[in-house]
Ligand binder design. Structure first.
Ligand SMILES: *Cc1c(COP(=O)(O)O)cnc(C)c1O
Length: 385
């Protein structure tokens, strides 16, 4: 499948820049997740809403049977609106405010993933005021590194996330004393864009150790939640549009020793939606600089911030041209030097008006858009609407 799969005539009629979502890719991705996770007893997959909360995508993901992993009250609202059942919604986050906790309580969500004792106390109090018992899991910091960009590791002792492992038993004992919380699970999340299954294996080993300690204390845990983090192939979105879910779920099935009746929860974000989305942008000018050629496009880091924020690579295709490739710096219009999508990439010879597709942009793209420079937020369009 080459770049020819973009319906160029239709795209030409839409105001740029915008996100284009290929629902065929999304559906095939969801089928692969269900097929591979479905091979293992007790595996439950949630979608991490923060990767992309486009309501139309959420509805497709919900229809495929995934739960929702939320990190804010706004995401809980988006998940409820998209029809995710309340008992499939989990809520994590290092700084939950009172209204967000109350929203979770009012919606009787499946679980709060709790990151500190002060937070647990507040949940207990707010649940008490409502005459409810909140189900809680503790997010532990497993001190497992991930071979990914330093800004997106979350499971190291130095990161702000989670509760230190040495405090595990004492927080569980604290929770047992409280009337309006029920401890049901352990939660982990070691980072994002992880392609080395060895990192997930290291997490499994850590969880096995921790479960051994729980056994010694005769503490039963209903579920283990290992978070998300599976990466995608940003280099080859055409050749490898579906992440290797088989390797991912098989790693957990092989390495993590679940106790009888325990369920294993996953919270995949990027791996679900990254490859179905492209940011479509129009070429405004070709500028011959002193040393190189610039393709100045009408999208900027306000539309897709990943290159500026994490030096992330996104494949770019000139979908309007078949002429032989030339090297360009592809840059946006925003008044910041970091507003660069790629440096010295080969693109089919570009002209004013050509549409460029910035690929693998379905995750952490549209949802991170801002209005800096008083720019409009990009819209999202689905291929099958
Ligand atoms: C961000 C996040 C995820 C999803 O991460 P991906 O790398 O997109 O799969 C899952 N769980 C938690 C708690 C997160 O913060």
């Amino acid at each position: 499948m080459g770049k020819g799969h973009f319906p160029i005539d239709r795209l030409k009629g839409i105001e740029t820049p915008f996100y284009w979502y290929d629902t065929d890719v999304l559906r095939r991705t969801l089928e692969a997740i269900n097929a591979e996770a479905g091979k293992h007893e007790g595996f439950v997959v949630h979608y991490a809403v923060k990767a992309n909360a486009n309501p139309k995508l959420l509805r497709i993901i919900r229809a495929a049977g995934l739960g929702a992993d939320c990190v804010s009250g706004g995401e809980i609202e988006a998940a409820v609106k998209a029809g995710f059942p309340h008992d499939r919604i989990v809520y994590a986050g290092v700084g939950k405010s009172d209204w967000e906790i109350n929203l979770g309580l009012d919606n009787d969500i499946f679980c709060f993933n709790v990151e500190s004792i002060p937070e647990l106390e507040v949940i207990n109090q707010l649940a008490g005021e409502r005459g409810k018992v909140a189900r809680v899991a503790f997010r532990l910091n497993p001190n497992v590194g991930a071979h990914t960009h330093a800004n997106i590791t979350t499971g190291l002792a130095e990161n702000k996330f989670g509760i230190a492992m040495r405090d595990m038993i004492s927080v569980i004992e604290e929770a047992a004393k409280m009337e309006n919380v029920k401890f049901v699970g352990l939660h982990f999340h070691i980072g994002s864009q992880i392609l080395d299954m060895g990192d997930f294996e290291a997490l499994c080993n850590r969880i096995n150790e921790l479960q051994g300690i729980l056994d010694n204390h005769r503490i039963r845990v209903e579920h283990i939640n290992v978070g998300g983090g599976l990466g995608v192939d940003y280099e080859h979105p055409n050749r490898l549009p579906i992440p290797d879910f088989k390797a991912y779920f098989d790693t957990y099935a092989k390495k993590l020793k679940l106790r009888p009746g325990q369920t294993l929860h996953f919270e995949l974000g990027r791996a679900v939606v990254a490859q179905c989305g492209s940011l479509i942008t129009r070429t405004l000018y070709i500028k011959e600089g002193a040393v190189k050629k610039f393709a100045i496009v009408d999208a900027g880091f306000t539309d897709l911030i990943r290159p500026a924020l994490y030096q992330a690579y996104h494949k770019i295709e000139n979908i309007s041209s078949d002429e032989p490739a030339e090297a360009y710096d592809v840059v946006g219009p925003i008044c910041e030097s970091t507003d660069v999508f790629a440096k010295q990439v080969d693109l089919n010879k570009a002209h004013r008006g050509d549409l460029m597709a910035i690929r693998s942009a379905g995750a952490y793209g549209e949802i991170m858009a801002s209005q800096y420079n008083c720019r409009k937020l990009p819209k999202g369009y689905l291929s099958d609407e």
